[in-house]
Design a protein around this ligand. Structure first.
Ligand SMILES: Cc1cc2nc3c(=O)[nH]c(=O)nc-3n(C[C@H](O)[C@H](O)[C@H](O)COP(=O)(O)OP(=O)(O)OC[C@H]3O[C@@H](n4cnc5c(N)ncnc54)[C@H](O)[C@@H]3O)c2cc1C
Length: 820
């Protein structure tokens, strides 16, 4: 009934018309405390890698994607023998979440020519390799057994491979009834490989279409010790990687690579000696096939000198070269893929066969009909095979597709994997922590969410911009002004924002380095009473999985508190230049989203909505309602999207149980009562509804500083920051710092000096290091002030000196005059 009402109201509402259908099938979220079912909490806690802060969308060792981070990206891409395609993403960005399956599929696709499935079968090696097992698992559809190996996972502890791991059975095409020798060999191995020690077995098959009976799972899974057959195929030439810029430890590196929006795709050529930010990939679309083809083009853009050594030539050979190969005997097969100019099949098959020896794959263009007739090739693409014994002829495959050609060539007698030629992979990420669920009340607003979001905004999102000038700087100034005047959080944070605003407002410069902003945010001057947590702790913005909700949820909440703040405190913006404009807060938010919000597509959608209707806003109350309506439009657009948290379905908000008065029926149709919605929004996003429970590290009410050794989720000190600068001390609550004077009046000249030295770039770091060394704990501001005072007192002494000199001369002249 409630759901039906929500749906009807959504249908009538200008704010959320399209959400009606979604709401029909969804139960509105309850206003009661949000608890996850105990089983989900347990599952979340046991989720293992990726459940915590690290590698949230891609999991090292589980996905075929290479998971890079600040510590590995430079080493991996610099002077590498393979090229790289790296996706710089943000784990909170909805578009990145939506794109992740494609990226995983791409990585898996170039890792092996078929989706490889590794099935963990049965509880013991003995059972898993029971001679009857293979016949039993013969599925109705033919399955080709590619490699069979026994590998072990016992409560997550890697064990050495069993002695019999060396079996590899391949070249058994279309196994409809397993040959006896295979079963016999498995049986023999099972008995020799200590079944008690090695309790589970990994079997690698081509084709993942059918799950063998008795198997526990059918998904990509990497054994702790590599199993033959699950090495990447193209990886010796080009690798597909991802790096999460939402992780604080990666922020510096994302800045160094000039990443402003997510996802950003960059290619890195092989053997690049000097540091490079890579080449942008902005293809017409980012579908798997388009990206795979662009990877091939990119490989072809290498010169002969820097082409990855494992990558065979991808250029076509001439018909005359093909003819000269025929009738020649050799020690290997030569396969020639004949295709037309626009086809990629030949190059894909060449790359698929990289790890194999005793075969060479080339491609030739089949534009010459006489040539094709001579070879007896009726259509394109086709494969012409020259055997080691010199015989030759066209190959017959079921369909002229990459997978058919590759499979056929790999299963030729004598074609084997090259021993030890394949690269290792980054190991499984074991560093992540379990998620701890915090119960919360959906009718409340949590300080922890707003302040965690602000921390991410100021220290991570802005950090994508090395320096700020022009429209960017103006946007930042206005946004910080709005925050300083309207942010409803705790006094230390409000003070920090005020200081930042005053500083930005009085800046004479038209370009500032981001690091100067960061110094203020980190309170390097150690002004007491100023502090912003450097931890992320989501409460009302928790997601049931680590990649869901979080920052983007907190940003929406922050924006709503700002429009509500302007509506309920009409004088708050007086004297800022933003007063008297009912759209001022909305327009500032709009510009922030456009310029700084890392999710580019989100920003573009928001801009479209703003262009359409923001001009209709004539009062602060209308601004509150405008943002509410647009947020509901976004909700309805994203209902069912992969970034939707199933525990927090995207339904028109506020739901009837959160605000019964907001919903009413007119002639049987549910609709919004906008007057009530406005009242509700003012109450919900007002200061009085803010709850400090779970607020960390603020030195005020709430939980206070974490217990020693307690690790907060997402907490990482920014890299490359010496402890004296951004380390624990400067980020400690003010109450824990040594008492220092309030510097609001005297801070300005010092900050300008600091900035002046920053404008010189890296020299600043050196200056700071020197300051730390000489100043025994004095900040660079302290040192700057000393210099200012020193120069001022010298000037004063010089002025006094000249003053007295002139006076004494006059005095002498006066007293000697009569005698002249
Ligand atoms: C400006 C902006 C544009 C975005 N555009 C996109 C996009 O184009 N594509 C994409 O995939 N993701 C986009 N996102 C992210 C997306 O909107 C969500 O933030 C994300 O999916 C997390 O959803 P959530 O469940 O936490 O709820 P959110 O939508 O983030 O909402 C956070 C909280 O706000 C409250 N709330 C919900 N609706 C309203 C409302 N109408 N008025 C007031 N309060 C409300 C609820 O308490 C909710 O839990 C955007 C985010 C922002 C800030």
């Amino acid at each position: 009934m409630a759901a039906a009402r929500t749906a009807a109201s959504a249908a009538r509402s200008p704010g959320a018309p399209a959400a009606a259908a979604a709401a029909r099938t969804r139960r509105p979220p309850s206003a009661r405390p949000a608890r996850l079912p105990p089983l989900l909490v347990l599952l979340a806690a046991a989720a293992g890698p990726g459940a915590g802060g690290a590698a949230r969308l891609y999991r090292a060792g589980e996905d075929a994607v290479w998971v890079l981070d600040s510590g590995s990206v430079r080493g991996a891409t610099a002077n590498s023998s393979a090229a790289w395609l790296v996706q710089f993403y943000s784990s909170w960005c909805g578009h990145c979440i939506g794109y992740a399956p494609t990226w995983r599929a791409l990585a898996a696709d170039v890792r092996g020519p078929y989706p490889l499935a590794l099935w963990r079968c049965s509880a013991s090696a003995a059972a898993g390799l029971h001679p009857g097992f293979i016949p039993r698992m013969t599925p109705p559809a033919p399955v080709e057994i590619w490699e069979v190996g026994c590998q072990v996972r016992m409560t997550g502890t890697p064990l050495p491979p069993p002695p019999s791991l060396s079996w590899g059975h391949r070249g058994l095409p279309r196994l409809s009834s397993p040959p006896d020798p295979l079963v016999e060999s498995l049986k023999a191995s099972a008995t020799t490989s200590a079944p008690g020690l090695y309790p589970s077995c990994v079997l690698t098959f081509i084709s993942s279409s059918v799950t063998p009976p008795g198997c526990l799972e059918s998904r990509f899974f990497e054994a702790p010790v590599p199993v033959p057959g699950c090495f990447p195929y193209w990886a010796a030439a080009i690798r597909v990687a991802a790096l999460d810029c939402a992780e604080e430890k990666n922020q510096e590196v994302c800045r160094a690579y000039d990443i402003h929006f997510y996802p950003t795709f960059r290619y890195f050529k092989a053997f690049t000696k000097d540091f490079t930010t890579g080449e942008n990939f902005k293809g017409p679309d980012r579908e798997l096939q388009t990206v795979r083809r662009t990877m091939i083009n990119f490989l072809q853009n290498h010169t002969d000198g820097n082409r990855p050594p494992a990558c065979p030539s991808l250029d076509p050979i001439r018909p005359s070269d093909v003819l000269s190969l025929i009738d020649k005997r050799g020690d290997r097969y030569v396969a020639v893929l004949l295709e037309d100019d626009s086809s990629y099949v030949g190059r894909e098959v060449i790359l698929d066969l990289i790890p194999y020896e005793s075969i060479e794959v080339r491609r030739a263009l089949g534009s010459d009909t006489a040539f094709l007739q001579k070879l007896g090739v009726p259509s394109l693409p086709s494969c012409y095979l020259i055997y080691p014994n010199g015989s030759h002829g066209p190959v017959t495959v079921g369909k002229p597709l990459r997978s058919f050609f590759s499979s056929y060539l790999r299963s030729l007698p004598g074609v084997r994997k090259k021993p030890g030629s394949l690269p290792g992979r980054p190991s499984r990420d074991e560093s992540s922590e379990a998620v701890v669920w915090r119960d919360f009340d959906r009718s409340k607003l949590y300080t922890a969410d707003l302040e965690s979001g602000l921390h991410h905004l100021l220290r991570v999102e802005l950090a994508a911009h090395r320096s700020l000038a022009g429209a960017e700087l103006k946007t930042l100034k206005d946004f910080i002004t709005v925050l300083a005047k309207l942010f409803p959080g705790r006094p230390p944070v409000r003070k920090l924002l005020e200081m930042l605003q005053e500083w930005l407002a009085s800046l004479p410069l038209d370009r500032i380095p981001y690091d100067a902003v960061l110094d203020l945010v980190n309170n390097k001057m150690r002004i007491s009473g100023i502090f912003l947590t450097n931890h992320i702790k989501w409460v009302g913005c928790q997601g049931s999985r680590p990649e869901l909700r979080g920052y983007s949820c907190s940003l929406w909440k922050l924006f709503h508190t700002l429009t509500v703040g302007a509506g309920t405190h009409p004088k708050a913006l007086d004297g800022t230049g933003l007063e008297d404009d009912p759209q001022a807060v909305l327009q500032t938010i709009r510009r922030y989203v456009h310029v700084f919000f890392g999710c580019k597509e989100c920003g573009e959608h928001f801009e479209e909505m703003a262009k359409e209707s923001i001009d209709s806003v004539k009062t602060p109350d209308q601004a509150i309602l405008w943002l509410w309506k647009k947020h509901n439009l976004v909700n309805s657009r994203l209902a069912g999207h992969p970034s939707e948290d199933p525990k927090f379905p995207k339904v028109p908000w506020p739901s009837p149980d959160l605000c019964p008065a907001c919903h009413e029926e007119i002639k049987g149709l549910g609709t919004w009562n906008e007057g009530q919605v406005l009242l509700f929004l003012k109450q919900h996003y007002g200061r009085d509804n803010l709850v400090d429970t779970h607020s960390a590290d603020l030195g005020g009410p709430g939980e206070g500083a974490p217990a020693p050794g307690e690790k907060q989720e997402g907490s990482q000190a920014p890299p490359e920051q010496p402890p004296a600068d951004h380390g624990a001390e400067s980020l400690r609550p003010p109450s824990l710092l040594p008492p220092r004077a309030h510097l609001s009046e005297r801070s300005q000249p010092g900050l300008d000096l600091l900035l002046g030295s920053r404008a010189g770039g890296e020299g600043r770091r050196g200056a700071e290091a020197a300051a730390a060394f000489l100043g025994m704990g004095f900040s660079s501001l302290d040192m700057s002030l000393c210099v200012v005072l020193y120069v001022a007192s010298s000037l004063f002494l010089m002025v006094m000196y000249f003053f007295f000199r002139v006076r004494s001369k006059r005095w002498k002249v006066k007293h000697h005059h009569p005698s002249v």
